[in-house]
Design a protein around this ligand. Structure first.
Ligand SMILES: Nc1ncnc2c1ncn2[C@@H]1O[C@H](COP(=O)(O)OP(=O)(O)OP(=O)(O)O)[C@@H](O)[C@H]1O
Length: 258
């Protein structure tokens, strides 16, 4: 796919903290409608890559483009416009604890739009219903389960009908059933809205259950060593490390694939 047609195009990206280079030469496209997963071992730089994609960290080198438009070179106004089209759920601190679920979901609507209070209340009810939380508008986050909190955070992330949804470890801390339910919800929302989804996760069931595309970062060589459909990579990657990770092997397998 052409770079300009991609939802997100990463070219020659180097990420560093001071003189410490974390990853270099990252080049890949996230296509529209992908569920794209950032994979790799602990500490390889997955969350840092997500922060670069969100414009929270500045690349040491290279570029990140949204629909052909550079985020790195964008002025404040363009960045604000791009951010308006994203929905983000972070691993920790997803909801403000002193606010009800309805107030939490209303936050981006009051921040970015001039909709009336009634209109916002209607959207909030609809979004909470979409994630299976109809009737929970007036609950505080502390009064519901961890899985429900994640879903409420998702309702907030989709409040503005984002073109791209970003997740950092969406199912962290959830039991397998709640985790599966969240995966199903992400898949349903992607199908119904056509959004592109970008996520960082370690969870193999999520990776195989929902991801259509990926990049695999390697801490040792400090660069991406593969990318593509994770199910295909599990069986066919030319990189033993990638096959090992995706097959959850304890030991490196023999490199029989080349
Ligand atoms: N603000 C920062 N300043 C300096 N070093 C940082 C900063 N943020 C992260 N790092 C370092 O960068 C490395 C990668 O961190 P990152 O959180 O991106 O990895 P990760 O792949 O998401 O890890 P995990 O799978 O364990 O969550 C770590 O060694 C971390 O200590």
């Amino acid at each position: 796919m052409d770079r300009a047609d991609a939802a997100i195009s990463v070219a020659g990206l180097t990420m560093a903290f001071g003189s410490n280079v974390l990853q270099r030469d990252l080049t890949f496209n996230i296509n529209r409608g992908d569920i794209f997963v950032i994979m790799g071992g602990s500490g390889c730089g997955k969350s840092t890559l997500l922060k670069h994609l969100l414009g929270l960290l500045r690349p040491a080198a290279g570029d990140i483009c949204y629909g052909g438009e550079s985020l790195v070179r964008a002025d404040a106004r363009t960045r604000q416009r791009l951010r308006r089209s994203w929905g983000i759920t972070y691993q920790a601190g997803a909801l403000l604890s002193a606010m009800t679920l309805a107030e939490n979901v209303a936050l981006p609507l009051t921040h970015y739009t001039d909709y009336s209070t009634d209109a916002i209340a209607g959207i909030v009810r609809y979004k909470l219903a979409l994630v299976g939380l109809a009737g929970y508008e007036d609950y505080l986050p502390s009064a519901i389960s961890g899985g429900m909190r994640k879903r409420a955070a998702l309702a907030r992330a989709i409040a503005l009908d984002p073109e791209i949804l970003f997740f950092d470890e969406p199912s962290a801390g959830l039991d397998p059933i709640s985790s599966r339910r969240l995966d199903d919800l992400i898949l349903e929302l992607k199908e119904s809205t056509g959004a592109t989804v970008v996520l960082v996760t370690h969870e193999l069931p999520s990776i195989f259950g929902i991801a259509s595309n990926s990049v695999f970062l390697d801490a040792g060589s400090k660069t991406m060593i593969d990318g593509g459909d994770p199910r295909w990579l599990r069986d066919h990657s030319s990189q033993p490390l990638v096959r090992q990770f995706l097959n959850r092997s304890a030991e490196p397998e023999n490199d029989s694939h080349g």
